[in-house]
Design a protein around this ligand. Sequence first.
Ligand SMILES: [Zn+2]
Ligand SMILES: [Zn+2]
Length: 167
Amino acid sequence: MLKVSVAGLRAALAKTKELALDLQPEELELDSSELAVQGSIRCDGRIVNVGGQLLLEAKLRAKVKRTCARCLCDFVVESSCRVQEHYYPAAVAPRGESVLTYDSDVLDLTGPLREALLLAEPLRALCKEDCKGLCPNCGTDLNVTACDCSRQSIDPRLAALAAFTDR
Ligand SMILES: [Zn+2]
Ligand SMILES: [Zn+2]
């Protein structure tokens, strides 16, 4: 869990707390099966008193290991994303809506930061835009080497299926 003290922030409009944090994935309750973070997660931003509500604005950066959907290799990229969320004082939060709230002088940043990192992941990662993938016939990584399968030897139905699933 990542909790940040906002003591003193509520006293005056526009009062700001700067954030410059190096976070471990565990602090955002991320385990490696959800998101394979390599090292720490950098969080730069601020929390501002915008009159009753507190506004969280931050940029997150992390090295993340992804698996290519075409050739199945693992590769590491720098993922970055932005977060912008309002926190309402618990006592006056709109009822029946899923809004972020705070009580006393502590903000829990875990949820918004975690969500932002997970949403930044593509549904279908590619190691490079023009990854050639694996031969549907013999499994050779066509980025590395050509294989001996002639096009004619691939069952046309399988080739059509491969083209379809590759989309
Ligand atoms: Zn690939
Ligand atoms: Zn082949």
